[in-house]
Each structure stands twice: as C-alpha cells, then as structure tokens.
Design a protein around this ligand. Structure first.
Ligand code: SF4
Length: 201
C-alpha cells in the first residue's frame, strides 16, 4: 500500500538500506534532488525496507487507517536530525554553514580575530563523529572567534599536519599552531589546555 519515511530523523543518504532491499523500486535515490524518493504506486507493503532502517525512520502501512496513523505520528514527532546525530553518534552533524574549501583556508584566516579551522577526512566517520562539538571549545574563547571546517582526504604538508582531524589556529593569517588527532568528550580538558597554550604563546 504505502511506505512512509520520517525525514525528521532520517540520514537521507544514498546508501539507505531500505533502497537497497526494495524489490520494486518504490524507494529510490533521486540524484538530482539528493534525496530518498518514494513512489507508492510501486510499493507492495512487503516490509523489507522497514527492517533495514536502524533508527526506525521507515514505516510501512498496509491500510489507509495505518497510513493515517503513521503519518500523524511523523507529523507530530518533535525530533530532528540534530537529535538523531546526538543520540546515535554522540555528536552533532556538521552544518554546511561552517564548511569551506581547502583553498579558502588562507583567505578565511586573514582576520584580526582568532580563526579555528578543523580539517577532517570525510571518508572516516570517526573523524566527524568523535571530535568534540566546537561550541564546547569556543565558549571559552573570545566571542569574535571564527570557526570553519574543511574536508581533506590526506594530511596537509603545508601546515605540517601529521594526522586528521586537525584543528588549525590562526590569527591575522599566521598559523599559531594546530592540534592533531581524535579527542572525545573525555579529552576535552586536554584539548582546551593545548588550545590555550597555542593561543597564549
Ligand atoms: S515495503 Fe517493500 S515495496 Fe514498499 S518500499 Fe518497502 S521494500 Fe519497497
């Protein structure tokens, strides 16, 4: 009858297990719109996709009543993808707002204020998920501190980075220092003291 996806908590990724197992193409990936696409004319309510979703974002309705009930639940679901990432991975998703290109690092770091740029490997999930949410660090720094994230699949020799992720600290275009490697929340104090050493030297 119909499949419903709760996009409030869905990763909305091409790799969706539901798409992979759907025998009819009712669930597919729309490359142009970069989203999971639903064609309920093709859905046979087999339930295979529902079993594949690890967070329960997919639900299958066999009747109109079930459809209305599930839709109401989704409409009233107060969660967001932000909650999903915190709940599932212990860290928030990276906002596109902070993302810059590697080639922009020099330009972005020219300002008089402190500028932190985290370089991370997008292919290594741990790199994204284990790093401490930046607000944990920036709340101890001057209010005008800027923060960006840049993707790189290899360490950057020009900044002498040994390991990703790396947090580069700039002021007026000068690299004051960088902190390399993973820091979980347990390592927050260590990271903060390293940051202070870099800023105050
Ligand atoms: S219920 Fe079956 S047919 Fe319908 S979307 Fe899911 S896997 Fe595809």
């Amino acid at each position: 009858m119909a499949v419903l996806v709760n996009f409030k908590i869905c990763d909305n990724a091409k790799e969706c297990g539901g798409i992979a197992v759907c025998p009819t193409g009712a669930l597919s990936w729309n490359e142009e719109k970069a989203t999971i696409q639903i064609d309920n004319d093709k859905c046979i309510s087999c339930g295979m996709c529902e079993k594949e979703c690890p967070i329960g974002a997919i639900a299958v309705a066999k009747t109109q009543e079930e459809y209305a009930k599930i839709k109401k639940e989704i409409d009233e679901d107060p969660r967001t993808t932000k909650d999903l990432f915190v709940d599932r991975y212990g860290a928030v998703a990276i906002s596109d707002f902070f993302k810059i290109e590697l080639k922009e690092i020099k330009d972005k770091s020219e300002k008089d204020c402190l500028t932190l740029i985290e370089v991370y490997n997008p292919d290594v999930a741990e790199c994204l998920l284990k790093s401490i949410p930046i607000k944990e660090l920036t709340k101890t720094l001057p209010k005008d501190t800027l923060f960006y994230k840049a993707e790189s699949d290899k360490v950057l020799e020009e900044f002498n980075i040994k390991e990703l992720p790396s947090l580069l600290v700039f002021k007026k275009g000068k690299l004051l220092g960088h902190i390399d490697g993973y820091y979980t929340t347990d390592g927050k104090e260590t990271m903060l003291s390293k940051l202070n050493v870099i800023i105050n030297k």
